[in-house]
Design a protein around this ligand. Structure first.
Ligand code: ZN
Length: 132
């Protein structure tokens, strides 16, 4: 398993990690297989979405904030109840196919670490299973 370190800059932040995953695939020289990604945290997540127009990410962050505001009548009193909820909604893992030595993503897709309680340094665990 490989571990990627990702530094986030704000409380809510989407950081593209597609290039870092592609680097691992090249170093491991995997031509075909499956790439599993996982974040071992309770207040961030992983998603795949548009990497061309940054307004898409802004809309996602803003809408999540609108639906799940930072301050509400939460039971969890650490001040990050919303971060835990957003993390669960977005999810902690992704699976992407690898073919011809690269991730098989749609033209406009990128892989993002979604920070909901930053800034922090996060880990993404990466496991690439080559096809037999
Ligand atoms: Zn908490």
């Amino acid at each position: 398993m490989e571990k990627i370190s990702v530094s986030t800059r704000k409380r809510t932040d989407f950081i593209e990690i597609t290039g870092k995953i592609e680097e691992i695939i090249k170093i491991k020289n995997v031509k075909d297989g499956i790439c599993f990604l996982f974040v071992p945290h309770t207040t961030c997540g992983l998603t795949i979405n548009e990497n061309a127009d940054p307004s898409v990410r802004m809309d996602i962050m803003n809408k999540l904030e609108e639906i799940i505001p930072e301050n509400d009548n939460y039971s969890h009193t650490e001040g990050n109840a919303d971060s835990h909820i957003k993390s669960t909604i977005v999810g902690h893992s992704l699976t992407v196919f690898v073919e011809n030595g690269s991730l098989q993503l749609g033209t406009w897709q990128g892989i993002y670490l979604c920070e909901f309680d930053g800034p922090r340094t996060r880990q993404v665990w990466v496991k690439i299973l080559p096809s037999i």
